[in-house]
Ligand binder design. Sequence first.
Ligand code: SF4
Length: 287
Amino acid sequence: MKILVAKDAGYCFGVRDAVNLAYSTADKYGEVYMLGHIVHNENVVEDLERTGAKVVDDLDEVPKDKPLLFRAHGTAPDVWESALSKGIKTVDATCPLVIEIHEEVRKLEEEGRKIIIIGDHGHDEVIGIASQVSDPIIIATPEEAELLRKMKYAGVVSQSTQMIENVQSIINILMKKVYDLHFVNTICFPTKRNHEQIKTLAEQSDIMIVIGSYTSANSKRLTQLALERNPRSYQVTNANDMDSDWIIGAKVVGISAGASTPDNIIQDVISRVKELGHVKEEEVFYE
Ligand code: SF4
């Protein structure tokens, strides 16, 4: 049996930097606070909590002498201002690619365009992008795009982790509804790369394993992309979820992981598949 691991499976650089900053800040100050989870992965959240990185719902819960870390997927300006006015020390872990989306959406608004954001309703990154402009429209699906009224000028950006297929379907509908449409493709390059790799791997493999939390929209999208190409695709949160029956008769097992899945969990799953399939080290390929 052969194992093919997606070369860029797991943490994107934005999440990796934010998680490392959370650990180093907790180490330096004893504790660090965050408004929500830094990544959508229970294992990472639990480990961070043990080292002093705590999640709170409200700025008033942040002790005066401890820092507040702003997460990779961006923070609304009013939250920044409120933290500053309360004298809270802030640490910024916003991904530079999310900052670029904020800049692009503000530029589109300056051009006098109605802003449309293609993204998941209620997702923190989408809330952060929406907070940069006034009264944007958020569209998650082509069905929602169909309901839009006609308009003259619109500017469109997308959440960084969207699937290009969903964005393209929505843009096709918007082209019929908007006279002057300016679309900036803000899907980030680690997402594009991860999506392309899983499409190829799912086609090359007899079974496909996607590692990621069910709370991660990004991991669920990878599973969807894999399933569309290979019905023997399974999502697992860690090695314990692996079912030995899955690999029966498989000659090639593909493995990928969402952007919030840490390296140790990916390695555990690779080890488990190696054990179940009696795979030698030289039969594991990263591509
Ligand atoms: S998914 Fe993309 S935009 Fe989001 S944190 Fe990772 S690299 Fe940055």
